[in-house]
Design a protein around this ligand. Structure first.
Ligand code: CP
Ligand code: NVA
Length: 299
């Protein structure tokens, strides 16, 4: 069988994604305690910081019977310019799979093209597909199904917004994004997903969240954009998910944030800590969703 990579959510079909979420639920409930990664070693390459992704992958791999190697780009030759295609061929001879968090999506694609082992995208500037698996699982747990749900995105058209667009196209739910001019999501991803579902783009957060079941946001300044912080604070004024904005969502709406969060910027303290927040269940679901992913790609 050819190896499978997970570089974006559309690398899995709709059916495979729903099966994966069901498997994640079985793992979470304790109904599936198999150890399909026994004797397997997975490398975790990080060129950016991480709390959740690193720990949930390390713990998940161990719970599945495998071993994880944390590889900071500061310490491996990648950080000194060793070509990705060389690293891909070398690491394929030691490891059984690689998760990588880095800047360019093209680098992850190059790694996958030259590696003979499965590659998982643990966040790039363009996409954050593993986070979306956890987010979808959280919505399913809340509402039973994704069908017919309306998801709103308020803030930067960043890697998270782009992955939401891919998932809307894949699974067919309605997505509404509110992003300021100059901070819109990737146009080619939008065009592709719009063949499969309704995606509304506005610069008015109130319009995006009207009647929505799921209200999502993320930091205004992503990793690698720190020099733009002041300009971004200006551009995103009025894009805070606060109690006022939440009133416009559906009465049983939930709030998601991939974390880390900046309270008082993209989300208020009251909403983050309030009864509609599911952000810590969402963070917990990183573990379960990624275990199902690892079992599928490496088991
Ligand atoms: N949400 C997320 O990916 O968190 P980390 O940056 O801590 O991994
Ligand atoms: N958009 C954020 C997500 C962090 C998990 C970033 O890329 O920094």
């Amino acid at each position: 069988m050819p190896k499978r990579d997970f570089l974006r959510n559309t690398d899995l079909s709709r059916v495979e994604t729903l099966d994966l979420l069901a498997h994640a639920s079985r793992m979470k409930s304790g109904a599936d305690v198999a150890r399909p990664l026994a004797a397997r070693v997975v490398g975790l390459i990080f060129a950016k910081s991480s709390t959740r992704t690193r720990v949930s992958f390390e713990v998940g791999i161990r719970q599945l019977g495998g071993d994880a190697l944390f590889l900071s780009s500061r310490d491996i030759q990648l950080g000194r310019g060793e070509p990705i295609r060389d690293m891909a061929r070398v690491l394929s001879r030691y490891l059984d799979g690689i998760m990588i968090r880095t800047f360019a999506q093209a680098d992850v694609e190059e790694l996958a093209a030259h590696a003979t082992i499965p590659i998982i995208n643990g966040l790039t500037d363009l996409l954050h597909p593993c986070q979306l698996l956890a987010d979808l699982l959280t919505i399913q747990e809340e509402f039973g199904t994704l069908d017919g749900r309306v998801v709103a995105w308020v803030g930067d058209g960043n890697n998270m917004a782009n992955s939401w667009i891919e998932c809307a196209g894949l699974l067919g739910f309605e997505l509404r994004l509110a992003c300021p001019d100059g901070y819109r999501p990737d146009q080619s991803l939008l065009d592709a997903a719009r063949h499969h579902t309704t995606i509304h783009l506005t610069d008015d957060p109130r319009e995006a969240v009207q009647g929505a079941d799921v209200i999502n946001t993320d930091v205004w300044t992503s990793m690698g954009q720190e020099e733009e912080t002041a300009a971004r604070e200006k551009a995103f004024a009025g894009y805070c998910v606060d109690e006022e904005l939440m009133k416009r969502g559906s009465s049983d709406a939930i709030v998601l944030h991939c974390l880390p969060a900046h309270r008082g910027e993209e989300i208020s303290e009251e909403v983050l800590e309030g009864p509609q927040s599911r952000v810590f269940d969402q963070a917990a679901n990183r573990l379960h969703a990624q275990k199902a992913l690892l079992a599928q790609l490496l088991g």
